[in-house]
Design a protein around this ligand. Sequence first.
Ligand SMILES: *Cc1c(COP(=O)(O)O)cnc(C)c1O
Length: 352
Amino acid sequence: MRPLNAQIRLENLRHNYRILKNIHGGKLLAVVKADAYGHGAVRCAHALADMADGFAVASVEEAVQLREHGIENPILLLGGVFEAGEYRPADHYRLWPAVCSQWQLEALLHHQWQQPVKVWLKMDSGMHRSGFFPHNYAAAYTALKQSQNIESIVKFSHFSCADEVDDAMTAMQMEAFDSGCGGLEGEESLANSAAMLRYPAARRDWGRAGIALYGACPLGHADSRLKPVMRLSTRVFGERVLQPHSPVGYGAAFYTEKSTRVGLIACGYADGYPRHAPSGTPVAIGSHRSRVIGRVSMDMMTVELDVSQEGIGSEVELWGDTVNVNEVAKAAGTIAYELLCHVKRAKFTYYE
Ligand SMILES: *Cc1c(COP(=O)(O)O)cnc(C)c1O
């Protein structure tokens, strides 16, 4: 069997939820959209079900999958519905729709609700992707408030730059949010992972934790409070010694400087490993850190073996405990989110 393994440590997921809930203070939604950032939504939701204040997903389909697997916790549709007809399953499965635009608002008010619904009303506080502008927000809020079908309204917004060093944009968005909400009663939610770690003022009634829940610090380094949930590993299945000045792999993009032992490992870009990871991207062979050399191929890639006991059969960690996923993301010019979401063809094993 091909030895590419994604180990999912559910105890680490539970640990991260506890830590983040503690940091945020209020209630905390566990964001499990995109199959729990590639970790497996059903398994992750079950692992958190007894502690999570709720879950958040990107579509009715993702929410229904959780309900059909016995998840009873509240579930938020982060972007709301995509068509008016989706309010029927939202009603039936007791989902919380976000309302991010005028048509969603009107369709929601038209729907014949079987039970009162909790609604998350989104403000566009400056990201300019979705939500009501601050000057239109109170009107949208009031329209919902007047409906018999609305149980309660959570006021929320999303930051564009909470993970960036410069905090001016986040400060501006918080100001816009607070002034747009002026006087409107009800719960609030602003913080994604980065904001709950960095901005105490963004910690309101509800946090929405995604990436940090999976143990990847959104600020791009390792955070010792968080434990990586996924460990992606494979094995060396080929080995050769190359003379100095030998090219390795597609495009002859890497030349050895010295006599080099090269290991061939079973992982490539068809598994979700980033093809743009250059020579030098870290891997760990046993507990020893080494590096990718040559281009990443579809099904395999090459690494430097520089300890004599390393060779065929040696285990190689692509990311996990020794190599932080952020290091690989940075080397490849992307973010941990993308790497975690893209893992495929690996054998997923869940550890309670
Ligand atoms: C995905 C998402 C989150 C989670 O963001 P992280 O950076 O992964 O914590 C929070 N809020 C909204 C609206 C989202 O779409």
